[in-house]
Design a protein around this ligand. Structure first.
Ligand code: PLP
Length: 365
């Protein structure tokens, strides 16, 4: 890699085992509903510490399936942070329930448990806790859910491999959803996702929901649809899973170097929750003049991202929502004006990490 090559925000891992797996499954002719999806669902659930799981088409439909399986619909309210990817919120509208947007914690950027307490009404039917950027959500969120009898869905699309007190993301709530979109911590060679659960009473319902509510080939017992994932993708996911711990480790090594190198710069750095292994899906700084920072990094050949520039409640689709105006969630609104992500993917080479550090350190605040 030449020292002047542009550094992207991500780079794909593709290896011979993935190629051989693809060819093997292709030649087998078993392209859907075969041994790979069964094994991948079970292996993924076990890795996360849940009791069962199924792969599905992507992380967005995984959220819709989770809400459907919990019986959420018209008249119901679901509490969700506004600072997240849009799919965490729109899934609620897609089951005809109402999102209630709340703030994130100022240090950790994940849903604020105190804000949840203030947002609960007698119509609250679920909480969507997003492990944003790979930071594990405050465990108090799950205690609130348990004590109030409100199910918690972990939107873990950015959390693969993260943990808190040794417990993996995906095993804290009632249901956890994942995305295997190509840029995520783990991928499946296309769009992909998974739904896992810690509740024995939901296992069968989840499995049936993503396969037309089928109990038998021609028997459909409950409402469902086709949210399945292909066998080839499940096979690729199983290969990628073998690398996940190594990749999360590498992300942590890079993040540690950033944190120690940027300590004195006066930038607002990400904070890792105590006793957490951060999954570092994104490394997000807060800078006063974001445009100048992005321009500076660009001039050094380094890509940046903004995750995300517009809070969900201010998206045009929520213009008629009671919270759909500036001032509803001041911390989130301010945060979204200043955040910027720098590359933290595991295939970064050491000299690329050096270049990123030099570039950030040479930015004049
Ligand atoms: C927090 C969060 N939730 C949900 C999703 C949706 O996942 P997918 O793109 O696989 O539909 C994403 C993907 O970017 C995400 O980051």
């Amino acid at each position: 890699m030449a020292s002047t090559d542009r550094i992207p925000m991500g780079r794909m891992h593709i290896d011979d085992e993935m190629r051989a797996t693809t060819a093997r499954i292709l030649d087998s002719g078993a392209w859907i509903k075969g041994p790979e999806s069964k094994a991948f669902g079970a292996e993924w659930a076990e890795y996360c510490g849940a009791i069962s799981g199924v792969p599905c088409s992507n992380g967005s439909v995984a959220l819709i399936a989770a809400l459907q399986v919990l019986g959420i619909g018209p008249g119901d309210e679901v509490i969700v942070p506004s600072h997240t990817y849009i799919a965490s919120a729109t899934c609620i509208n897609l089951v005809q329930a109402t999102p209630i947007f709340v703030e994130v914690e100022e240090d950790y950027y994940t849903i604020d448990p105190d804000a949840i307490e203030g947002a609960i009404t007698d119509r609250t039917r679920a909480i969507i806790a997003v492990h944003l950027y790979g930071q594990p959500v405050d465990p108090r969120v799950f205690e609130i859910g348990r004590s109030r009898g409100i199910p918690v869905i972990e939107d873990s699309a950015q959390g693969h491999g993260g943990s808190l007190n040794g417990q993996r993301i995906g095993s804290f709530g009632d249901i956890a959803t994942f995305s295997f979109f190509p840029s995520k911590n783990m991928a499946v060679g296309g769009d992909g996702g998974a739904i896992i659960t810690t509740r024995p009473d939901l296992t069968e319902h989840i499995r049936m929901f993503i396969d037309h509510g089928r109990s038998d080939k021609y028997r459909n017992d409950i409402l469902g649809t086709n949210f399945r994932l292909s066998e080839i993708q499940c096979g690729i996911g199983r290969v990628q899973l073998k690398h996940l711990d190594g990749w999360v480790n590498r992300r942590n090594k890079i993040a540690d170097r950033y944190l120690s190198s940027f300590e004195e710069l006066g930038l607002n750095l990400p904070v890792v929750r105590p006793s957490a292994v951060h999954a570092w899906h994104q490394f997000v700084l807060r800078v006063a003049d974001r445009e100048a920072f992005i321009k500076h990094m660009d001039s050094k050949g380094i890509s940046t991202g903004i995750h995300y520039p517009i809070p969900c409640h201010l998206q045009p689709i929520f213009a008629s929502h009671p919270q759909g105006n500036l001032g509803s969630l001041p911390f989130t609104e301010n945060l979204c004006d200043h955040i910027v992500s720098i590359p933290v993917f595991p295939l970064l080479e050491d000299e690329e990490v050096d270049r990123i550090i030099d570039a950030v350190c040479s930015f004049k605040l």
